[in-house]
Design a protein around this ligand. Structure first.
Ligand SMILES: [Zn+2]
Length: 296
C-alpha cells in the first residue's frame, strides 16, 4: 500500500500564550478533504501553508497573503508533517500560533487524541535527482539524492552547554515522535532582555524555552535530550521543509541553518527543474502512532 493522504478524525482546539506578542491565541484543527493541503484560516481568509507564502523568517516562520499574517507556524507544521498529515484547515484567532511548551509535543498529543484518518489517495511525492544547496555566512542547507527520507543536522555554538552537536536520522513518524517532537526551542538570557525591550519574545519564559545564561541552563529540570538543541533545529527544519507541500524523498543536510535558509532552499529547489522529479508515493510502513505517543 502506498503512503496515503491523511487528515484528522474530528475537529480539535487548543489555546495558549504566543511567544512574540505574549497574547493568548486559540487554534482549531479541522479535517480537510483530499488535495486540500494545509491551509490556515484567519478572519475567513485562507492562507496556504506553502513556501511561496513565506513573508518573514527573521524571528520565526511567518506566512502571509495580502494583509493577513500568521507567525510562528513552524512547530505546529512540524507536528502535522511529522505525523504524516497532508490535509488540514487550521483556524486561528490572532496573528501568531501559541508556543505551548516550546516543542511540538502538545500538538502531537492533540492530534493523536483526536485521531488520524487515511483518505485512500496516495500522497504527492517528489524525489531529489541532483543536489541543491544554499549558503550564507558559513551556514548552509542542502537536499541530496537518497532512496529514503533522511535528515542530518549540525550546529555549533560557542557556549559550554551546547558546543558542536550533530544528529542524523532516517525519517519516519515514530522516530519523529520519539526523537524530535519533544525538543524545545532555546534562547540566551542576554538576547531575551534585548528582545523584550524591542517588544519581541514577550511570551517567552522558562515554561516554553530552554534559557541559557553565559554558563548554565537556567531551567530547573534541565534538558529532555542531552542534545536537545540540535533536535529542536531539526524540529524547525521539518516544519519549514513541509512548506514544500509535497513529500520529499531525499536527504536534507544542514549546518547552522535556520528559517531563512530553509525557505531559500525550497525556493531554489522549485526553481531548479532538473533537481527533482515526480514519483509515486513509497510504501507505507504500518505504524501505531498511539504507541509511539505513549512512549514519549
Ligand atoms: Zn523552533
Amino acid at each position: 500500500m502506498p503512503m496515503l493522504q491523511k487528515t484528522i478524525k474530528k475537529t480539535t482546539s487548543v489555546k495558549g500564550i504566543t511567544l512574540h506578542s505574549g497574547k493568548i491565541a486559540a487554534i482549531e484543527l479541522i479535517p480537510a478533504s483530499v488535495g486540500t493541503g494545509i491551509v490556515f484560516i484567519r478572519n475567513d481568509k485562507h492562507i496556504r501553508a506553502s513556501w511561496n507564502n513565506v513573508v518573514d523568517t527573521s524571528m520565526a516562520t511567518t506566512l502571509g497573503e495580502g494583509d493577513k499574517r500568521i507567525a510562528t507556524v513552524e512547530h505546529l507544521l512540524s507536528a502535522i508533517s511529522g505525523l504524516g498529515i497532508s490535509n488540514l484547515f487550521i483556524r486561528v484567532n490572532g496573528p501568531e500560533i501559541p508556543i505551548m511548551d516550546g516543542s511540538a509535543a502538545s500538538f502531537i498529543y492533540m492530534i493523536s487524541e483526536t485521531g488520524v484518518r487515511s483518505q485512500g489517495v496516495p500522497r504527492k511525492t517528489i524525489k531529489i535527482k541532483n543536489k541543491v544547496e544554499v549558503k550564507e555566512d558559513g551556514k548552509w542547507a542542502a537536499f541530496v539524492p537518497s532512496d529514503s527520507k533522511r535528515i542530518t543536522y549540525a550546529i555549533s555554538f560557542n557556549h559550554p552547554k551546547i558546543g558542536f552537536q550533530k544528529l542524523s536520522l532516517k525519517f519516519d513518524r515514530q522516530r519523529y515522535i520519539k526523537e524530535i517532537s519533544r525538543a524545545r526551542t532555546f534562547g540566551f538570557l542576554r538576547d531575551m532582555e534585548y528582545l523584550k525591550a524591542n517588544n519581541l519574545a514577550l511570551g517567552g519564559s522558562l515554561d516554553n524555552a530552554i534559557v541559557l545564561d553565559d554558563y548554565r541552563i537556567m531551567n530547573e529540570d534541565g534538558l529532555r535530550y542531552p542534545d536537545e538543541f540540535v533536535r529542536h533545529k531539526m524540529l524547525d527544519a521539518v516544519g519549514d521543509i513541509s512548506l514544500a507541500g509535497v513529500d520529499i524523498i531525499g536527504h536534507y543536510i544542514a549546518y547552522k541553518s535556520g528559517h531563512t535558509l530553509n525557505n531559500r532552499l525550497l525556493r531554489k529547489l522549485f526553481s531548479t527543474e532538473k533537481s527533482w522529479e515526480w514519483v509515486s508515493a513509497p510504501e507505507e510502513k504500518v505504524e501505531r502512532i498511539d504507541e509511539a505517543v505513549e512512549a514519549i
